[in-house]
Design a protein around this ligand. Sequence first.
Ligand SMILES: [Zn+2]
Length: 255
Amino acid sequence: MSDQESGPTARQEAGPLRPMPEDWRRALVAVAHPDDLEYGGSAAVAAWTDAGREVVYVLATRGEAGIATLAPDVCAPLREAEQRASARVVGVSQVEFLDHRDGVVEYGTTLRRDIAAAIRRHRPELVVTLNHRDTWGGVAWNTPDHVAVGRATLDAAADAGNRWIFPELVEQGLEPWDGVRWVAVAGSPEPTHAVDATPGMERAVRSLLEHRTYIEALTDEDPEVYCRAFLTGHARAASERFGGVPAVTFELFPR
Ligand SMILES: [Zn+2]
């Protein structure tokens, strides 16, 4: 479910974006819905997997409430399959679903625990999530699932490292992992860092196109024209703060 169609949101009055850190090997991406990362972030993922880094996707929901014409029980397996296909396009083979309910994801200890468990399973240095802020910029209101999952992911990066928070995870064999060095928030209206979108752009377009059921329900435009225009438009807008290079932006929270 993406309500990011309101146009480029990079804040041009802010200073230059810095390059994302590159001294890491494993990243975990935690987002609310199938397609959340494909609406911009997957060009960066393609560049990372090209460089031999491991990236794992964790989705809070199967996006089953995302298509008005499809009942959730029909929609969920379709969207799950589309997410797995779209991850494969950018070199990601591990995709996990946490089975929270689409549209009514609640921020709280259950969500924090589930994401912390994923962080402990995969031991990433970089965690990526989607915009946790109230808006996409200006008055483009964000959705509650994105806010909940984004905030819980920022919190879970610390929870994962503390043995005494969620002791049941230790009982399940998930030892603390205090190795997360950054949480990078894609789609933030207050980006600080960026990745060159050029090498991964074609795969980013194809990865978004894999969400065909969702996109065909969303727009009457030709799906490929729609995907390409969306992704290149955002990358071009970000280039104004990244030395003229089309970019995927992140708000980076070091730990
Ligand atoms: Zn979404």
